[in-house]
Structure formats: structure tokens, C-alpha cells
Ligand binder design. Structure first.
Ligand code: NDP
Length: 483
């Protein structure tokens, strides 16, 4: 199996193509050692991929669920077999540590296995009828041709979350991955083709955001599932819903973790450090605000400072490294600019990782202390910066936690069952964690946000994933003869 193309190409109607201009796929840890090249598609590429998907759709939608599940199971086995190669490619292109990449590769395989199983569970329902002899059933039909647009921060897992249920439900897919991780996307598409996904059922198009915009604008695309930034997600929503298409968005977060006075800091601090700084803070569920309630503030600050200072930053391929670089120099500039701005607004730097290279895409995980007047206490900064904010009461903690346009994930650290119950019901986020990091989710459980974090669409993952990728049809069936 070839998981390491040096020039990544498009996969359209079962054919690989590297025709056209190319761009370099960089390694954020080693700027002088690019990973390879990839071809730059355009609107015509998107149109031809959508055409291939539309042509392949009738055959795939009439393939039995057993056959579709068998292909997904083979894909899971092949992803498992290629796990180390995929993990290395993920670290080279995205920068996260090899341990993080290995975990993600394993979960991608598991996601295909899960949806192979889900494909065998009937989603039909039967209803009683007031008409004698009549049966009423709901059946699911595939949504149709779906556009899948994925980001670079989970370049294995997020494509798996979307592509596996889309294929399991009988849809034909056009996938536009992020330009920071093109060769990894090619490797995944190669595996899916080898697993037996028929020509045209999965099409991969590489290229800049404008290629994705052309995909989204194509009226033959019935729905789009997108994870990425707020402005791009909102533009996609406007384009797709204007033609009554279906859209699923997973956008930003400004996730709070509330630490109450009764919290066990031995448990809370490692969760907070991992939640804020893991994957170099480039998770939509990362802990951006740490809300300390009352007198626990000073001890928490001290323990968090120790944890952040000790983080080892460096090339994710090196043993012992806990935090890799940011994904690009552009991302570094943005995060460094946000830190400078926070300091100019009065934030104090409590701690920064002591052992961090000061070059290229590297950025030291940084802990700030301040108040809600800071922009960084409201605006999402996609990097390893978290701010500790102090409040004096439980009511203030809950209202500060909810004082954001986002609502993806939140956590509380406490042993008080009343507070835990209140958190589950009152924190305005799609995920609420108790004595656990804001990050991390299980693939058999629905995932998604509230407020500006997600669209009002069925959740990804779990048994709700199929809801986005299918239409429900109600069938009224009466006997064909008079009795
Ligand atoms: P974008 O939203 O720009 O990119 C996400 C995906 O959308 C990529 O595949 C991108 O392609 C594609 N895309 C870009 N423009 C368009 C368009 N007009 N129409 C259709 N598709 C498009 O995010 P970035 O990667 O630029 O990251 C910027 C910020 O987004 C981050 O700093 C962070 O705040 C947020 N983000 C959030 C994520 C999350 O998990 N919710 C994940 C990643 C980023 P291409 O890569 O070629 O531009």
C-alpha cells in the first residue's frame, strides 16, 4: 500500500490526476524539509468531481447495506495496518506529536468500524394506522451528493467522522481537505479506494479554499458537512441553505473550565493543562478560559504555572516532546499577535513553557491571568494560550462561563452533586464534562455545539450521524385487494 505520494493528486471517478500547477506541503517543525507537493485544483476540478459523484450515486445507493458495511470494515482494517505511516505523515504535515497522531490514526480506523456496524442497524420505524390493513413505515434514503470540507487540526479523525457515515448511508462524496494536510488526505483516499469504495463514490479534490467554495456552490451538491472557521462556515451555510440544501457546521469554541473551591487540584491541573495546551491548543474544544471560584484561585494559579512551565515543546517526531509547533507561520503570527494584544490590554503572563524553541512555527504554551475586559477572554485564539479568570460565587462562575457567543464544550471541577447537576443543565454547550478536560469525545456519542459553534443540524458521530446524511420518508402501505 502506498501511503506516501510525493505529489498528491485528485481522485475523480476512480482516476488519480496530478495535472496542473502544484504547491508545497510544508513541515511546520522543519521549514527547510517540505513533505512533498500537491496539485492545485480549481472550480473545473470541483465540477468534474461533482459530476463523477452524481454519476456514481445511483449504483452506490442501491448497493446493499451489507456490501457497504463490508467495504467500511475493510477500510478500517487497512487504516489499522497503515496506522504508523499515517501517524508519521500526520505529524510531518500538521505538526502534532507522534503520540497524538498515533491516537488519532487508531480512532480514524475505529470510526470506520463503528459506522460499518451502524450500517447494519435498521433506522426504519413502523407506526400503527387508523386505517384497517394499513402499515406505516419510515424509511431512510441517502441525502445524495455530499460535499465534505475538513480542517487540518484533526486531519485523520474529522474526515473519518464525516466520510464513514456518508458512505455507510449510501451517499456519493466529494471531499475537499485542508491545504495544510494534502498528502495525508491522499493517503486516506488511497486506502478507501483499495478497500473497495467504487469509482466516483469518493472523490478527493485538492486546492485552495476557492476550490471548496466552487464545490459548495454547485447546485448538484445536496448537502455539505464542514468543520473549520466561523466566517467560512457561515458563508457555506448561506450558499447551501439558499438553494434549500442541507448544511452541518462545526465551528469555533471558547470553552470554559470552572474550578470550584472543593476541586481536587491533583486531578484538575493535569486535565486543564492537557485541555488547554494539547495539540498545541489547536482544538475547537480546547480550554480557553479557566474560571477559578473564590480562594482556590491562588493555589490553582501556582499549580497551573508549574504544569505549563514544564511542557516540552519541539518537533513532534522527537521522543519526549509533549507539544508540537503551530500548523503554519501564519498561525504563529496570529497567536503571537493575540498574545501581544492581551498583554497590551493588561493581561499578566503567569507562565510560559520554559523549554520551547523560539523560531519557525513554534510557540510556547502560555498561561495568562486577567479579567473579562481582555479580547482574548471572548475571541477564539487557535493556539496554546489560556486565561485564568477569578470569580467569587457559583452564580458568577456559571454566568461568566456562558458569556460567549460559542457553546461547544465546557467542564466543571467539583465534588458537589448539586453543582454538577446545575452544570449539566445550565452550561450552554453541546458537551459538558465533569472532572475531565473540555477536550476529547467518544465516537459512539453525538458531538456538536450550541449557539455559534454549530449549525442547527443533526449532531456528528454516534447514532445521530446518520440523521444528517439521510432523508426520512414516510410510507403508507395498504393491501392491493378489497376484502
Ligand atoms: P478555514 O475555515 O479557512 O478552513 C477549513 C476548510 O475550509 C479547509 O479545507 C479550507 O481549505 C476550506 N475553505 C477555506 N475557504 C473556503 C471557502 N471559501 N469555501 C469552502 N471551503 C473553504 O480554516 P483555517 O484552516 O484557515 O483556520 C483558520 C481558523 O479557523 C483557525 O485559526 C481556527 O480559528 C478555525 N478552525 C477551527 C477548526 C475547528 O475545529 N472548528 C479547525 C480549523 C480551524 P484551505 O485549507 O485550502 O484553505
Amino acid at each position: 500500500m502506498n501511503t506516501t505520494d510525493t505529489i498528491g493528486g485528485h481522485l475523480i471517478a476512480g482516476e488519480w490526476s496530478t495535472d496542473g500547477p502544484t504547491a508545497v506541503s510544508d513541515n511546520p517543525a522543519r521549514p527547510d524539509d517540505p513533505v512533498g507537493e500537491y496539485v492545485l485544483g480549481d472550480a473545473a476540478t470541483a465540477a468534474s468531481a461533482v459530476g463523477a459523484a452524481a454519476e456514481a450515486l445511483p449504483g452506490w445507493r442501491s448497493t446493499t447495506f451489507v456490501a457497504r458495511a463490508a467495504i467500511l470494515e475493510r477500510a478500517a482494517a487497512l487504516l489499522d495496518a497503515a496506522r504508523e505511516d499515517l501517524a508519521v505523515l500526520c505529524t510531518l504535515e500538521e505538526g502534532k506529536t507522534i503520540a497524538e497522531s498515533r491516537g488519532e490514526a487508531a480512532l480514524a480506523a475505529e470510526t470506520f468500524r463503528f459506522h460499518a456496524g451502524m450500517a447494519k442497524i435498521s433506522t426504519e420505524r413502523v407506526f400503527p394506522s387508523p386505517t384497517p390493513g394499513e402499515t406505516i413505515r419510515t424509511v431512510r434514503t441517502p441525502l445524495g451528493v455530499v460535499g465534505i470540507i475538513t480542517p487540518w487540526n484533526f486531519p485523520l479523525q474529522i474526515p473519518a467522522w464525516k466520510i464513514a457515515p456518508a458512505l455507510a448511508s449510501g451517499n456519493a462524496v466529494v471531499w475537499k481537505p485542508a491545504s495544510n494536510t494534502p498528502l495525508l488526505s491522499v493517503a486516506i483516499a488511497r486506502i478507501l479506494a483499495e478497500a473497495g469504495v467504487p469509482a466516483g463514490v469518493l472523490n478527493l479534490i485538492l486546492g485552495p479554499g476557492s476550490t471548496g467554495a466552487a464545490l459548495v456552490a454547485d447546485p448538484r451538491v445536496d448537502g455539505v458537512s464542514f468543520t473549520g472557521s466561523v466566517p467560512v462556515g457561515e458563508a457555506i451555510r448561506d450558499t447551501v441553505t439558499a438553494r434549500n440544501g442541507r448544511v452541518q457546521l462545526e465551528l469555533g469554541g471558547h470553552n470554559p473550565a470552572i474550578v470550584f473551591e472543593d476541586a481536587d487540584l491533583d486531578l484538575a491541573v493535569p486535565c486543564l493543562v492537557a485541555g488547554a495546551m494539547g495539540a498545541t491548543g489547536q482544538k475547537c474544544t480546547a480550554t480557553r478560559r479557566i474560571i477559578a471560584v473564590g480562594d482556590i484561585h491562588d493555589a490553582l494559579l501556582e499549580r497551573m504555572a508549574e504544569g505549563v512551565t514544564a511542557l516540552a515543546v519541539g518537533d513532534g517526531m522527537t521522543d519526549g516532546i509533549g507539544i508540537g509547533p503551530l500548523v503554519s507561520t501564519g498561525a504563529r503570527e496570529e497567536v503571537a499577535g493575540a498574545l501581544a494584544n492581551a498583554i497590551s490590554q493588561g493581561a499578566s503572563v503567569v507562565a510560559a513553557a520554559a523549554d520551547s524553541p523560539d523560531e519557525g512555527c513554534f510557540f510556547p504554551p502560555t498561561l495568562l491571568s486577567g479579567d473579562t475586559s481582555l479580547s482574548i477572554a471572548h475571541d477564539e485564539v487557535f493556539g496554546p494560550i489560556s486565561t485564568i479568570l477569578r470569580v467569587d460565587s457559583e452564580d458568577d462562575a456559571f454566568s461568566l462561563a456562558n458569556a460567549t457567543e460559542f457553546g461547544l464544550s465546557s467542564s466543571v471541577f467539583t465534588n458537589d452533586l448539586w453543582r454538577i447537576d446545575r452544570a449539566i443543565h445550565e452550561l450552554e454547550s453541546g458537551i459538558v464534562k465533569v472532572n475531565a478536560p473540555t477536550t476529547g469525545s467518544e465516537l459512539h456519542v453525538p458531538f456538536g455545539g450550541e449557539k455559534s459553534s454549530s449549525a442547527h443540524a443533526p449532531r456528528e458521530q454516534g447514532d445521530t450521524a446518520v440523521d444528517f446524511f439521510t432523508r426520512t420518508r414516510s410510507a403508507y402501505i395498504r393491501p392491493g385487494t378489497v376484502r
